[in-house]
Design a protein around this ligand. Structure first.
Ligand code: S3P
Length: 181
C-alpha cells in the first residue's frame, strides 16, 4: 500500500447533521464491519454526555478526549468509524486516521444541515441564538479540512442506501489500489 497506509477501516468525517452515524450503521451492516461512533465512545469513557463535557470541562478537554481516542483507533480493523464533526480539524487527527482508514467526508450545504439539526438539542455548538449563521461560519472554517478526505460525498438528494453502497464500492477499490482514487 502506498504512503505507508494500511486501509482496514472506513472513517466517516464531516459536519454535524451530514448523516455520518446513519450512513455508517448501514455501511457497517453491508460490509459486516463493527460500527463505532467517537461521540458515543467518549461519552462511555467519560461517563458524561458530550454537552456535559462541554459545560463542565470545556471544549478543549473534549478535543483532548477525541485526540486520545484517535490514537486508540489505530489498532482496530474491519470497523466503520463515525467521527464527531470537529475531530479532523484538530491537528494530527486526519493524518492518523488516514494511516488505517479510508477517510470519507459526508457533505451537505448549510441550509440542509440547518434543517436536519434544527430540532435537535444534543450539539452544544449549535445551541446559540443564530444556528444557521453559526453553521455557515463553522462550515466555511472547516471546509479546507473536510476537503482533505480521500472522498467527498454529497448527501443531498441521495438516500442512505445509495450512499452506503457507493462508499462500500470505493472502499473495495481502495483495498486494491488506493492511488487510483
Ligand atoms: C461537534 C460535533 C458533534 C460532537 C460535538 C462537537 C463539532 O458530533 O462531536 O458536539 O465540533 O462539530 P456530530 O458531528 O456527530 O454531531
Amino acid at each position: 500500500m502506498s504512503d505507508g497506509r494500511n486501509i482496514k477501516n472506513i472513517a466517516l468525517v464531516g459536519f454535524m447533521g451530514t448523516g455520518k452515524s446513519t450512513v455508517g450503521r448501514q455501511l457497517a451492516a453491508d460490509l459486516q464491519f463493527r460500527f463505532i461512533d467517537t461521540d458515543e465512545l467518549i461519552e462511555e469513557q467519560a461517563g458524561m454526555k458530550i454537552s456535559e463535557i462541554f459545560t463542565t470541562a470545556g471544549e478543549p478537554m473534549f478535543r483532548q478526549l477525541e485526540g486520545r481516542l484517535v490514537d486508540e483507533l489505530a489498532d482496530w480493523e474491519n470497523t466503520v468509524i463515525s467521527t464527531g464533526g470537529g475531530l479532523i480539524v484538530h491537528p494530527g487527527n486526519l493524518e492518523k486516521l488516514k494511516r488505517h482508514a479510508l477517510v470519507v467526508c459526508l457533505w451537505a450545504g448549510p441550509q440542509a444541515i440547518y434543517q436536519r439539526t434544527a430540532h435537535q438539542t444534543h450539539r452544544p455548538l449549535l445551541q446559540g441564538p443564530e444556528p444557521l449563521k453559526r453553521i455557515e461560519e463553522l462550515l466555511a472554517l472547516r471546509e479546507p479540512f473536510y476537503r482533505q478526505a480521500d472522498l467527498l460525498v454529497s448527501t443531498e438528494l441521495r438516500s442512505v442506501r445509495e450512499l452506503a453502497t457507493n462508499i462500500a464500492h470505493q472502499f473495495r477499490l481502495a483495498g486494491n489500489n488506493l492511488s487510483d482514487l
